[in-house]
Design a protein around this ligand. Structure first.
Ligand code: PEP
Length: 255
C-alpha cells in the first residue's frame, strides 16, 4: 500500500461474462456485502450490462467502469463505444490496454495512449494495463518491457486524479500463477520510478496488481509497498471472492 493511495482500489473486470439476471445478482450481492468496507470498489461489466449494473449500484459508493473505449469521438465505428458514451452511462473509469485487447485486437501502446487521451478528455479515469509475457520475463526483459509500455501508453496529461496503472503479467492472467512478492515489488518500484521521472504527482498515481488475485493471496499482495489495489478477473465473478479480496485490501488501508 502506498500512502498516497489511502484506500485500496479493488476493481473487478468481468470481461465477456454475464447475462442480465446473473450480472444483476452479482452486482447486488457485491453491493450488499461492501457496506462499510474501507476500500474503493469498481465493477467493469461487459458493455451490455453497463446500464442495468449501473442502476443496481446507483446510490452506493461502488463505481462503474467500461472495459475499453474507442479513441475517436462518436461516429462511424461499427461495434465500438466512445468514451463519452461510457461517461454518459455513469462510468467513472475505463480499462484500457488490457493484454486481451493488446493480443486479441492488436492494440499498440500508441493506440492505448490515444484511447486514454479520449477517456481523460471526457472526465473518465483511465486504468492503463501493461505487463510482460512469459517469454519476455524468461529473457530478463520484464522491467524494460513495462517501462516501455508505460512511456508509450500514458498521455502527457496523466495524473493521480485521472490515471491508474495496472501491472498485469500476461502469464499470470487466468492461470493461477502469481509472481513472487519480490518480483511484484521490483516491478512496482520500477514503475513508480518511471512515473516519477515524468509526472509531478507520480507518488499519488495508483498502481494496481492484476493476475490471478484470489482471496488466498490478496492479503500478501495488497500489503506490498507500491501496490495500491488489485485488478481482478476470474475472482470478481463470485461476490464472496471479490468481497474477500476487498476486505484483504481494506485491512491494509491507512487510518
Ligand atoms: C485480468 O484479466 O485483468 C485478470 C487479472 O484476470 P485474472 O484475475 O482472472 O487472472
Amino acid at each position: 500500500m502506498n500512502q498516497a493511495g489511502g484506500r485500496p482500489l479493488i476493481a473487478g473486470n468481468w470481461k465477456m461474462n454475464g447475462l442480465r439476471a446473473d450480472g444483476l445478482a452479482l452486482a447486488q450481492a457485491i453491493r450488499a456485502g461492501a457496506r462499510g468496507l474501507r476500500a474503493d470498489l469498481l465493477i467493469c461489466p461487459p458493455a451490455t450490462l453497463l446500464a442495468p449494473v449501473g442502476e443496481a449500484l446507483a446510490g452506493s459508493a461502488i463505481a462503474l467502469g467500461g472495459q475499453d473505449c474507442h479513441a475517436d469521438r462518436p461516429g462511424a465505428h461499427t461495434g465500438d463505444i466512445a468514451a463519452v458514451m461510457l461517461a454518459d452511462l455513469g462510468c467513472r473509469y475505463v480499462i484500457l490496454g488490457h493484454c486481451e485487447r493488446r493480443a486479441g485486437h492488436g492494440e499498440t501502446d500508441e493506440m492505448v495512449r490515444a484511447k486514454a487521451v479520449s477517456a481523460l478528455a471526457v472526465g473518465l479515469i483511465a486504468i492503463v494495463c501493461l505487463g510482460e509475457t512469459e517469454a519476455q520475463r524468461d529473457r530478463g526483459e520484464a522491467l524494460d518491457v513495462v517501462a516501455r509500455q508505460l512511456t508509450g501508453s500514458l498521455p502527457e496529461n496523466a495524473s493521480a486524479a485521472n490515471t491508474v496503472v495496472a501491472y498485469e503479467p500476461v502469464w499470470a492472467i487466468g492461470t493461477g500463477r502469481v509472481p513472487s512478492s519480490g518480483d511484484i515489488l521490483a516491478v512496482h518500484a520500477h514503475l513508480r520510478r518511471a512515473l516519477a521521472g515524468r509526472f509531478k504527482d507520480a507518488a499519488g498515481i495508483r498502481l494496481l496488481y492484476g493476475g490471478s488475485v484470489k482471496p488466498g493471496n490478496a492479503g500478501e499482495i495488497l500489503a506490498l509497498a507500491d501496490v495500491d489495489g488489485a485488478l481482478v478477473g476470474g475472482a470478481s465473478l463470485k461476490a464472496e471472492d471479490f468481497l474477500a479480496i476487498a476486505r484483504a485490501g481494506a485491512e491494509q488501508s491507512w487510518p
